[in-house]
Design a protein around this ligand. Structure first.
Ligand SMILES: [Mn+2]
Length: 325
């Protein structure tokens, strides 16, 4: 019997698993990758009696592998906040799926564990750019504003670590980062005793300084679209840069288009924080697109699709802007 922990390599995925394994320790096989690498369930050859926990990866991108694992006799627990598509009814499958824009997987796990490791759910929620949810969830912890700022930075740094086209772009393999974190119940001790946070913070500041020099390619009432070059730093910073812009201009939508080596773009779309809707609608109109209402992406958009993208982006979010008035 094997226990598999399959989790998104971002802060939400890591903080979800961290809470779960603090409460229910297990010698598990870790399956994870860069943030965009979400077809993870297919990497597992499940057998009868195996226990699989899936965290923070969309069911609709893993359905076939999920059904095959269930067919082979594995037990699957599925925690997620991405649009799942049809959820199969199967006696071996338990799901905890909530697509509300203010819920992330770390918060779902926190509910499941009755708040036992709430502080790590706060880190995960900050990592998913859900500042309000993080602050609301943190109320019972009675943290100082400095402590809360530190947790926000930690969440952002762990989230930042997950962005890249391949593991080579990352400072730490997400499984390695999880293992480093896993010795600590207290995030402040983790920050103090492990060099991880310092490394990520410095990397983040360097990459962000480069991103901030870039001017938007298109600006409209709907929002702004930025182009980033084909380089490891831009692949690492694109998502967090999008979050930063979203927070700085909450009435505007943002798109970050990072050049790919093959000539197309990796696209990150952030809906205006004021409405948190439309990002998935924009990205779903492209073959490799998907995501959540507030934040979505396209893995590979051919260059010749830019005009179409620009049009859809502007139509979707100008419409939103009307509604917000
Ligand atoms: Mn998440």
């Amino acid at each position: 019997m094997t226990i598999y922990d399959i989790f998104n390599g971002d802060a939400d995925g890591i903080c979800a698993l961290h809470q779960l394994r603090l409460a229910q320790p297990a010698n598990s096989v870790l399956v994870t990758g860069v943030k965009r690498d979400i077809s993870l369930l297919a990497q597992v050859q499940a057998e009868v009696g195996d226990q699989i926990t899936v965290l923070d990866i969309a069911m609709n991108k893993n359905r076939e592998a999920l059904l095959s694992a269930l067919d082979r006799g594995a037990q699957v627990q599925y925690f997620d906040h991405h649009i799942p598509g049809d959820i199969p009814a199967h006696p071996q499958l338990t799901t905890f799926i909530d697509t509300s824009p203010d819920i992330c997987t770390s918060l779902l796990i926190n509910n499941y564990l009755d708040g036992q490791f709430l502080i790590w759910a706060v880190v995960g929620a900050f990592g998913d750019n859900m500042h309000e949810s993080a602050i609301n969830a943190s109320k019972t912890l009675q943290l100082t504003s400095t402590q809360l700022d530190t947790l926000r930075e930690l969440g952002e740094c762990i989230n930042y670590n997950a962005y890249g086209e391949s593991l080579q772009d990352l400072y730490f393999h997400p499984a390695e980062l999880y293992q480093a974190m896993h010795h600590y119940r207290d995030p402040f001790t983790f920050i103090h005793e492990e060099p991880v946070f310092e490394t990520l913070k410095n990397g983040y500041l360097e990459d962000m300084a480069l991103a901030k020099k870039i001017k938007p390619e298109v600006e409209s009432t709907a929002g702004a679209i930025y182009f980033l070059p084909d380089a490891p730093w831009s692949r690492r910073i694109s998502g967090v840069f999008g979050n930063l812009l979203a927070t700085a201009f909450p009435l505007k939508a943002h798109a970050i288009l990072t050049k790919r080596a093959d000539g197309g773009f990796v696209v990150s779309v952030r809906a205006p924080l004021a409405s948190k809707t439309g990002a998935d609608k924009v990205c779903e109109q492209f073959e490799t697109g998907g995501g959540r209402k507030g934040a979505a992406g396209i893995n590979c958009m051919p260059e010749n699709q830019f005009d179409r993208f620009n049009q859809i982006f502007n139509t979707t979010f100008s419409h939103n802007a009307e509604h917000n008035r």
